[in-house]
Write a protein that binds this ligand. Structure first.
Ligand code: NAP
Length: 263
């Protein structure tokens, strides 16, 4: 039976590439983001390439009512979601006090609250059917504090901890939860966060397609946590070996050397 997969943040980057991975497997898709034009272009491409059903849902996850609205709309249409991909997210670059509070609270809403709400709404149905899964896009940022991207790093620590914990709770339920932890990836993320990666980081950055394929395979294998690329494994080991004060200083330096895209 064909699965139905809901992907948030499918209008660009990793979410868009994940949509391509699931569509290639013949899944039905529900694509969510604010940029409806980009979603329609992707939906057209996927329908043509794979002939599957693709539903576009324009939604702003900064709005607290959006997750229940999505859930109720799909229920009313008789669409059962088998796989939930919580990928939508963004960051901001700069000191906490120098960044508008509203933007930081929006970040918590999109990266944490909406992700938790959608998981809470769709998971009970999956458990009742004893099949399906949740893929949450965390980050290597989730392994340590991130001075000058403080809220973003904290949101990803939440996603990692939350996903791993419920994955353990759901062992033997027939439902899996996977936290995908990409490192620097070539997407629109830096532009939205207003930083340009340092040349060294940019040279080693993975493509969104590679991150998506890697995350997709790990999800299909039922892995709890997956790091995208060997290079990104190193900081997660160092964080366990070095004192936290050293880690904080290194991360602060790595974030500070990123140049703003806009003044
Ligand atoms: N790129 C990296 O280096 C990197 C590394 C680790 C983790 N990640 C994570 O990967 C995920 C995907 O990011 P990306 O790198 O692919 O960046 P991206 O190209 O900027 O894509 C972000 C996606 O999130 C959606 N989104 C943002 N705000 C939203 C809102 N208010 N409501 C609904 N959708 C919203 C965007 O859609 P609309 O703008 O159309 O709404 C877009 O589709 C994020 O969770 C990010 O934290 C990225």
């Amino acid at each position: 039976m064909k699965e139905t997969v809901l992907i948030t943040g499918a209008s660009s980057g990793i979410g868009l590439e994940l949509a391509r991975c699931f569509a290639a497997e013949g899944c039905r898709l529900v694509l969510v983001a604010r940029n409806s034009a980009a979603l329609e272009v992707l939906a057209g491409e996927l329908r043509q390439a794979h002939g599957g059903e693709v539903r576009v849902l324009t939604a702003d996850l900064r709005v607290p009512e959006t997750p229940p609205r999505i859930f109720n709309a799909l229920q009313a249409e008789g669409i059962t979601v088998d796989v939930l991909v919580n990928n939508a997210g963004f960051g901001t670059h700069g000191d906490f006090v120098a960044t508008p509070l509203e933007r930081q609270l929006d970040m918590v809403q999109v990266n944490v609250t909406a992700l938790t709400a959608l998981t809470g709404l769709f998971l009970p149905g999956m458990i009742a059917r004893r099949r399906g899964g949740v893929m949450n896009i965390a980050s290597v940022a989730g392994f340590q504090p991130g001075p000058r991207m403080a809220v973003y790093y904290a949101t990803k620590a939440f996603v990692l901890s939350f996903s791993e914990a419920i994955a353990e709770e759901l062992a033997d339920s027939g439902v899996t939860v996977t936290a995908v932890c990409p490192g620097p990836t070539k997407t629109n993320f830096g532009n939205v966060a207003n930083f340009r990666g340092s040349d060294t980081v940019l040279r080693g950055a993975m493509t969104a397609a590679a991150v998506a394929r890697h995350g997709y395979r790990a999800f299909r294998r039922g892995r709890f946590v997956v790091l995208s690329g060997f290079r990104n494994f190193v900081p997660t080991v160092l964080v366990r070996l070095l004192p936290r004060i050293v880690i904080r200083k290194i991360v602060k330096w790595l974030i500070t050397i990123r140049k703003p895209v806009r003044d």
